[in-house]
Design a protein around this ligand. Structure first.
Ligand SMILES: [Zn+2]
Length: 241
C-alpha cells in the first residue's frame, strides 16, 4: 500500500489524539476519589453499626441507672420512716432495738446501692462519651465524603473537557487522511492495544520499542517514501521521521 508522506504523518497526529482519548477513559475509571469514597462508605457503614450498638448500650445503662436511683430512694424512704418512729418516742424498748437494727442494715444497704449507682454513672459517662465520639466521627466522614464528591466531579469534568477537545480534533483530522490508510490504521489499532501507528526512530519501532534487524532496515531504506511500512514485530504502521 502507498500513501503520501503527508498522509502518513497525519496518522501520527491521529495516533496522539487516540492515545489521549484512550488515556481519558483509563483516568476516568481510575480517579483516586472513587476508591477514597468507597473507603469512606465502608467506614460510615461500620460507624453506623457501632453507633446502634452503643445507643442500645446507653439505653440499657440508663435503665440500670433509673432502677438504681429508685432502689436508693426506697431505702431512704424506709430510713426516714424508721427515724420518724424513733423520734416519735412511742415505741417499746424492743421495737426501738429492732428499728435501730433495721436502720443500721438500711444504712449499709444504702451505701452498697450508692456504690453501685456510682459505678453505673461512670459506665453511663463512658458510653455517652463513646457515643459522642462516634457521632462526631460520622459528621467528619460525611463532610469528607462531600469534599471528595466535589473533587470527583471536578476531576470528571476536567477529563470530559479533554475528551471533548480530542474527539472534535479527531473528527476534523480523519477526513483529511487517505481512507484506505485510515482503514488499515483502525484495523491495526483494534488489535494492537489502541496503537495503530508508530514512528520509526533510528532502527527502533516506537510502538513495541523493539530494534528492527539490519537487513529489514536496509530493505526499508531502498523503498519509496510513500510505501507504507509495517513493524515486523508488532505489525503496527511505521512512519518514518
Ligand atoms: Zn513494533
Amino acid at each position: 500500500m502507498k500513501a503520501s508522506v503527508a498522509h502518513q504523518n497525519l496518522l501520527i497526529d491521529l495516533q496522539k489524539i487516540d492515545t489521549t482519548i484512550l488515556s481519558c477513559g483509563v483516568r476516568l475509571a481510575n480517579l483516586p476519589e472513587l476508591e477514597q469514597i468507597k473507603a469512606i462508605h465502608k467506614r460510615l457503614e461500620d460507624a453506623s453499626v457501632e453507633l446502634k450498638v452503643v445507643e442500645t448500650e446507653l439505653e440499657d445503662v440508663s435503665i440500670d441507672l433509673r432502677r438504681s436511683e429508685v432502689d436508693v430512694e426506697a431505702v431512704v424512704d424506709r430510713m426516714k420512716k424508721d427515724e420518724a418512729r424513733l423520734n416519735a418516742g412511742t415505741a417499746s424498748p424492743k421495737e426501738l432495738e429492732q428499728t435501730q437494727h433495721e436502720l443500721a442494715t438500711l444504712a449499709k444497704r444504702k451505701a452498697e446501692l450508692e456504690d453501685s449507682e456510682l459505678e453505673i454513672m461512670m459506665r453511663f459517662d463512658s458510653v455517652k462519651k463513646r457515643l459522642d465520639e462516634l457521632a462526631s466521627d460520622e459528621v467528619g466522614l460525611q463532610q469528607l465524603e462531600l469534599e471528595l464528591n466535589v473533587r470527583l466531579e471536578n476531576g470528571k469534568s476536567e477529563i470530559a473537557n479533554e475528551l471533548a477537545t480530542a474527539t472534535s480534533a479527531r473528527a476534523v483530522l480523519v477526513p483529511q487522511i487517505d481512507s484506505a490508510l485510515y482503514d488499515l490504521y483502525e484495523k491495526v489499532r483494534a488489535s494492537a492495544h489502541g496503537v495503530g501507528a508508530a514512528l520509526l526512530i533510528g532502527n527502533k519501532c516506537d510502538g513495541c520499542h523493539l530494534v528492527i534487524n539490519a537487513i529489514e532496515i536496509e530493505r526499508i531504506k531502498g523503498l519509496d517514501s510513500e510505501e507504507i511500512l509495517r513493524c515486523e514485530e508488532c505489525r503496527r504502521i511505521l512512519v518514518r521521521i
